[in-house]
Design a protein around this ligand. Structure first.
Ligand code: SME
Length: 150
């Protein structure tokens, strides 16, 4: 499925759901289904009271990492730096929180609202170095669309 088609489906998901968590879950399902190298797709949402990321809707194996402090792991670094992070080989990453032995690579993209970090989409892959500008363009466009919901 080409990028524009996926973005069109995201627009349809946003207009047809009433609750934010329904939208986020449907986006996870869409991405996991349409992009071959996406094996775990989920959202972490910032709790500003605790300064931790809380696991939101996701598709894939359950993870024990349901609360991640800002700064910890790839997810926590993206919350801090507000920039997309690609890890093509997680075994080479120091500040990394392993969820499953099968995961080889990861991309995390922030959702910003008025330039403040509010949430992020986290994608794990079982493939080595699968991410390209396709993923960055797709996921940043999706996060920009979702920003209004927060
Ligand atoms: N690997 C992430 C933790 C979350 S799991 O991938 C679901 C990290 O290093 O932040």
């Amino acid at each position: 499925m080409v990028l524009e088609d996926i973005l069109g489906r995201v627009d349809a998901i946003i207009t047809s759901n009433t609750h934010i968590n329904e939208v986020l879950l449907d986006v996870c399902k869409l991405l996991a289904e349409k992009v071959e190298h996406y094996d775990w797709v989920g959202f972490y949402v910032l709790n500003t009271a605790t300064n931790k990321l809380e696991l939101g809707p996701f598709v894939g194996k359950p993870t024990e990492h349901t609360a991640i402090p800002v700064g910890k792991g790839v997810c926590g670094q993206v919350a801090q730096n507000k920039q997309t992070m690609i890890v093509q080989d997680v075994s080479k990453m120091d500040n990394y929180i392993a969820c499953s032995i099968e995961v080889q690579s990861e991309i995390v993209v922030p959702v910003l609202k008025n330039n403040a970090f509010v949430a992020e989409i986290d994608i794990d892959s079982h493939a080595p170095a699968p991410f390209s500008s396709f993923d960055v363009t797709l996921l940043e466009a999706i996060c920009a669309k979702l920003s209004n919901l927060f």
